[in-house]
Structures are given as C-alpha cells and as structure tokens.
Ligand binder design. Structure first.
Ligand code: HEM
Length: 397
C-alpha cells in the first residue's frame, strides 16, 4: 500500500528538521470515537500501518542528537482513504502563533556557521522581543529539552485540528502521544558528555530496542471540544502557543501507536517520505489556527521540491475563528513553571536559562531577558539572576 517514492540513495536534505530517523509500525484504535469523526482509521479496532520520523529542528545533517532542541515527531498513517499526516513535535506548543515572524525565528535560531553554535545574543534578542515565544522557550529550557531517546519523549499535534462525524458535526481536537517507556531526559552535563562522534545516538537506541524486541509504544489521547464551545473559551483554542488545560478539556484515550519494524531502506522508507499537514482524510479537517494555515501553504512545496512528490492539494475553504481573544503570552508559561514543575525541576530550569544567558555580553539584553522571565514567573527570574551571578563568579575564579 505504501506510496512512498523510492527515493534516490541520498535523499535531498530537509531545510528544517534535517537530522532524523524513524521506524515503521501501526496505530490501533481502542476506543469508539465515531460520535466525533467518520475517519476510518479511528473506527473501533482499526489497525493502520504507520511510518514515524523523529528529528531535531535545528542544526545540520550529521549533527549530534544530544543538543537541546525541539524534536519533531511526524507520523504518516497509511489509511484506506489515503495518507494522513500528523506532523508534530515533542512539546505541546510552538514558538509562534502565526508565520509573521517565522523567518526571523529561523534566522535567530540559525547556528553560527563556523562554530556550529547558537548565536546567543541574536537568539535572546529575538525571544525577548517576541513574547509569544515564552511558553515554548520555557518547555525547551526545562528538562524535556534534551530527551534521553526518541522512545522517552511524547508527541503532540500542537495545532488544533477538526474532526467531523457522519452527521456533519464538527469538533475541535488536540492530539497527545504519550510515551509508554516513561519520560527520560539528559541533563546539560550528561548531554555534553556524549562523544561528538556518537551522532546517531538516538537512531542506534531505537534500532537496538526494536531489534531486541522491546517495541516502543505511545498511548494516544485526544482532547475534544464541541465546535460551539470555542467561543466561550477564556483563551484562544486555535493558538499554537497555548495548551488546552486538561481541567477544562480532559484527555480521552483513543488508541496505541507501536513501532515494531525497522525500515528496510532508511532512505526510501523514512528520509524519502514527505510529511505535510495538508495530507488529510475524510473526517479530519484543519481548524482556524493561523500557523497551521501557513504550514499548509508551505509543506506541499517543500515535499515536491525535495522528494518530487506533491501531497494532496492544499485546503481551500479555510475555517474562520468564531471570535478574537486578548493576547496573553506569559500566563500559560507561568502556570507550567508553578503548577507542572516541582522545586528541583524549577531549579534546573533556572540553571539552564542562566547557562544559556551566560554567553550574552550585552547588559541591556540581560535586563530584557530577566524581564521576560519575570513576566513568566517573578521567582524564576530571581533564581535566574542569582544563578547567572554565581555561574559567572565560578567561571571567573
Ligand atoms: C510557518 C511555520 C513553519 C514552517 C514554515 C515550517 C517549515 C518546515 C520545513 C521547510 C520543513 C522541511 C520539510 C521537508 O523538507 O519535507 C519542516 C519540517 C518539519 N516541521 Fe516545520 N515549519 C513550520 C512550523 C512547524 C510547526 C508548528 C511544527 C510542529 C507542530 C513543525 C514540525 C515539523 C516537523 C516535525 C518536520 C519534519 C517532518 C519530517 O520528518 O519530514 N513545523 N518544517
């Protein structure tokens, strides 16, 4: 059934998420969600073959896996109705809610070419001038910023999508793929200890697990919101920098994704695959999420350019949000710090933020960064300032 193009020996590099790898397996629906979607892959008991590609967002082909970075978690479902792609990440939010500043984000994150290092001044200048980045940056600098392996991270669709049932009713949906292997991450020190030569650290780990019969799996949950309930939301449910608090919208377990097969040909089966959020099937549709809309314009071209295969035609009738919401860039980031992290995790976060601020020599930028973290959480900002002072002292002594 696979319609994956038999890519050439070395598939052209992705301009984002170029470093990655993956495996094959299946998704099994283990709940009855027909009241919400007519998508056949979500029929009770349906088992759908999948290809999954994990990736680093930044950096270069052949770069070390163990850098602090957002990880891509892209799933292609080979359904009876065609390919359905969920092109997500290992954090539930993204840096931006629309593409207005995407090019500036890419530039700020670009590595300093000859040193393959972040340009910290440029990065913090962008973050501190772009408050909507706060939630994602908090996730990135917290423990999960360096997963111990692809098997120990969660996947998230990040965007709100739409499900439509046989009666034509529409529901807003968010996806969560929770690792059954448990969350494990590397500290900055552990990550720095991994020899640069071990560039395939994650790929080797996945290969060894599957070859050893220890098939990694993720339990898949969705949060479902009735179409009409969006208007009453206190936050913008179509904003990719926001999560949907579980208190208001509980997780529903819908099934399990298992990776039980290594690709026969990594180039053809994984690297040569084009993922696109426009690859949708009947019963699954886009939402008024402006960032999803922007992606849906770009990805078909990226794939066509890279693997010569154009996914399904972009969506034309784009749904419109029922209202607008006041922007609150720091509220959810603060709630994550105060309500999700424990004291030890908060202390590690403060130390990591300070370590990433230490290369910044511009005092004005440091003041702006401490203001950015004060807006997230005043106590965190104070810990960062204290950490920065002590780290600089110990570096100087
Ligand atoms: C306007 C915003 C965005 C732009 C312009 C963009 C651009 C790109 C490009 C050019 C690629 C390489 C595609 C290819 O060569 O096949 C890519 C890959 C990827 N992007 Fe984005 N991206 C955006 C937002 C996002 C967001 C919000 C997410 C997560 C929810 C995301 C997740 C990924 C993943 C997982 C891949 C790798 C897919 C694979 O393994 O082939 N991107 N992106």
């Amino acid at each position: 059934m696979s319609t994956v193009s038999p890519g050439p020996r070395t598939t052209p590099r992705r301009i984002r998420h170029s470093e990655g790898g993956g495996a094959l397996g299946f998704f099994e629906t283990q709940a009855d969600v027909r009241a919400f979607t007519r998508a056949r892959l979500f029929e009770p008991g349906a088992r759908t073959p999948v290809a999954v590609r994990f990736s680093r967002t930044l950096g270069f082909l052949g770069g070390p896996d163990s850098w602090r970075d957002v990880r891509g978690f892209a799933v292609k479902f080979f359904t009876p109705d065609g390919e359905y792609d969920l092109v997500g990440n290992n954090s539930p939010v993204f840096f931006l809610r629309d593409d207005a500043k995407f090019a500036s984000l890419v530039r700020a994150q670009d590595l300093v070419s000859d040193e393959n290092l972040y340009h910290h001044e440029r990065l913090w200048d962008f973050y501190t001038r772009t408050p909507q980045t706060a939630h994602q940056v908090t996730w990135l600098l917290a423990d999960r910023g360096i997963p111990a392996s692809w098997r120990h991270l969660d996947g998230f669709g990040v965007h709100t999508f739409a499900w439509r049932n046989e009666q034509g009713e529409r529901f807003w949906v968010r996806y969560h793929l929770r690792t059954d292997q448990g969350h494990r991450w590397l500290s900055e020190r552990e990550a720095a200890g991994i020899p640069q030569a071990e560039v395939d650290y994650y790929r080797d780990d996945l290969r060894a697990a599957i070859e050893g019969g220890d098939e990694p799996a993720w339990t898949v949950f969705v949060q479902i919101m009735a179409e009409g309930d969006a208007r009453a939301c206190a936050f913008d449910p179509f904003d990719a920098t926001k999560v949907w608090p579980k208190s208001g919208c509980p997780l529903r377990r819908i099934g399990r994704l298992v990776l039980d097969r290594l690709p026969d040909d990594e180039q053809a089966d994984i690297e040569g695959v084009g993922f696109s959020p426009t690859n949708l099937v009947p019963g699954i549709e886009p939402s008024p999420d402006p960032l999803l809309r922007a992606r849906s314009v770009g990805y078909p071209f990226f794939s066509e350019h890279r693997v010569g295969r154009r996914p399904t035609e972009p969506v034309t009738d784009w749904p419109v949000a029922p209202r607008t919401w006041p922007t609150d860039d720091f509220g959810q980031a603060g709630a994550f710090v105060r309500d999700v992290l424990d004291d030890a995790a908060r202390a590690r976060l403060a130390a990591t933020i300070a370590a990433h601020l230490r290369p910044v020599s511009d005092a004005g930028l440091i003041v702006r960064a401490l203001g950015y973290w004060h807006a997230v959480d005043p106590a965190l900002s104070r810990s960062v300032a204290a950490e920065l002072t002590s780290q600089r002292h110990s570096a100087a002594s």
